[in-house]
Design a protein around this ligand. Sequence first.
Ligand code: ZN
Ligand code: ZN
Length: 561
Amino acid sequence: MSHPHPELSTPAALPKGGLRITPLGGLGEVGRNMTVFEYDDRLLIVDCGVLFPEDSHPGVDLILPDFDAIRDRLDQVEALVLTHGHEDHIGATPYLLRERGDIPLVGSELTLALLGSKLREHRLKETVHHVVKEGDRISFGPFDLEFVAVNHSIPDALAVAIRTGAGMVLHTGDFKMDQLPLDGRITDLRAFARLGEEGVDLFLTDSTNAETPGFTPAEKSITPVIDRVFHESQQRIIVACFASHVHRVQQILDAAYAHERQVAYVGRSMVRNMAIARDLGYLKVPPGVLVDTKDLADLPPERQVLISTGSQGEPMSALSRIAQRNHNFVHIEEGDTVLLASSLIPGNENAVYRVINGLARWGAKVVHKGNALVHVSGHASAGELLYCYNIVKPKNVLPVHGEIRHMRANADLARATGVPNVVVAEDGVVVDLVDGVASVAGKVDCGYVFVDGSSVGDITESDLKDRRILGEEGFISVIVVVDSVTGKVSSGPEIHARGFAEDDSTFDEIKQPICDALDRTVAEGNTDAYQLQQTVRRVVGRWVSNTHRRRPMIIPVVIEA
Ligand SMILES: [Zn+2]
Ligand SMILES: [Zn+2]
């Protein structure tokens, strides 16, 4: 991936007493959040998450932040702070720990528990954990950290205030300001105000919903909608939501209890995360509600509820397999109700509608964000952000967590409240806070790092381009044998195609032009195999483009014999 800001150069040395902020992910996309803070030659990292691939990344499992900018300096890292347990904030941590396993991990109880099970899956042991909670203050090298409760679509999320000799930074993490949350744990605006009184030099704020006017509705506002779905459903109910959305699962469990239904979890991450949340007391399971999937199948349909992963249409998820009717034990039937209780992450629309259509084909009634209020966002809308700016009164603002349009909208909100200096930066753009003023200092590399099976970082953008061409345009191979003495074609061309034409005879008309072009190339004195292959590629490429309007991958092989 080319750098979004080629005009910037490598930053100069950080002035003494200055704080350098280097976003390695999350600024320009919703995903792979990771920000590095540097003070006095020591580093602090906030979050280390993944980005999920889109249709334009065929075969890619995950996208990581690029650790290149800090790879030689990992011994200077004092700690990695995890603001909350979402994949876009913790998912890349195992890959960072593979490079230095003893980086101290700092986060809330639930965040570190969710991360812990992930680290065990990656067989990473001996990691260093510091469990913190709101109000705690703890120092790592020159970084004095204070944690503040924030409300989000996962319990136990934290904002972090980072004090150094350069001033105070307040990083909201992901947050919203639900005033009536299910667990009663609100974003601590009193702490925001107190930090504002002390003086927030730089405020990093969640931009996800900055374009959405007003306030994000309360989680509780969807309870009556869920209740109505339960009331109206005559048969089985299948709910799909994020495997980390403890409060949404709580609402479903409560509704099931009220309507005398029983619930089973489907999907490995759902089973695992809800067990952790229950063990730690974040999820309260009403008595007798939860059963094994096998026991659930023995109940009549009107007593069954399944809570499943796959709300984003992920092809391998439980819900996708249910929609294709190839799930091991969940067989969708006419009259079943499917409730998609989740947001639609940009880029996943096609996959989600494919699943909805698949379910509808079997006669299921699908209730989703598009036809009922079954989900509210986990992020602050414009109104909430305005409140925050007015309460905190920061000197500088750096919008984070969003596509460029979200960050620009967030910057406009900050300016509207009179914030004196707002810096909009994307991944890899280095921002220095010196003498109380934040400004762009340069850039570092920060391309996408692709995880494909067990390989990390081996797949490049050009490999993906090849995959896209193969997937969309097909493949033509042309094999020609030429006489090594005369340069004349002695056998072939033999042409085969995949994903292109039904019949190889389609290519008969291009065989003679290939031979003629090779003769001309040889006559011009160009006889090495590479040049002959380029000739073949050119002739075939022009022909398919003109006659078939296609641009398949062309693999010419010229053998001298
Ligand atoms: Zn989040
Ligand atoms: Zn996030």
